[in-house]
Write a protein that binds this ligand. Structure first.
Ligand SMILES: [Cu+2]
Length: 111
């Protein structure tokens, strides 16, 4: 083995854990919820820990996705606006529109 070859082998070994870490992170997904007709669709969405949910408002009325228990909030979404939140901890999270409290949804985060 020449010095150059040995050096390359060491670099490849050292790089492997970094590559695995990137692959794990690349799996994180974003699930889509549409807000239309004064309702969240789907009303219940299931994601994996580390994933995000993006809400997009298709109504003329402004809406939010507000999680009272955790304080997470998309803020006010006007027509055409989107807001995303990331969920790192498994659990069941209920939310509502802060402007129209009868509009309710749920995010289920699996481990
Ligand atoms: Cu609303």
């Amino acid at each position: 083995m020449t010095d150059l070859t040995r050096r390359k082998a060491l670099i490849l070994t050292a790089g492997a854990p970094i590559a695995l870490g990137l692959a794990t992170r690349a799996k994180a997904a974003t699930a889509e919820v549409t807000i239309q007709g004064m309702a969240f669709a789907p009303a219940t969405i299931t994601i994996a820990a580390g994933d995000s949910v993006r809400w997009t408002n298709s109504d003329a009325a402004p809406h939010t996705a507000t999680f009272r228990a955790t304080g997470a909030d998309t803020g006010r979404l006007n027509r055409g606006d989107s807001g995303a939140l990331t969920f790192d901890t498994p659990g069941s999270y209920e939310y509502a529109c802060a402007i129209h409290p009868s509009m309710r949804g749920q995010v289920i985060v699996t481990g």
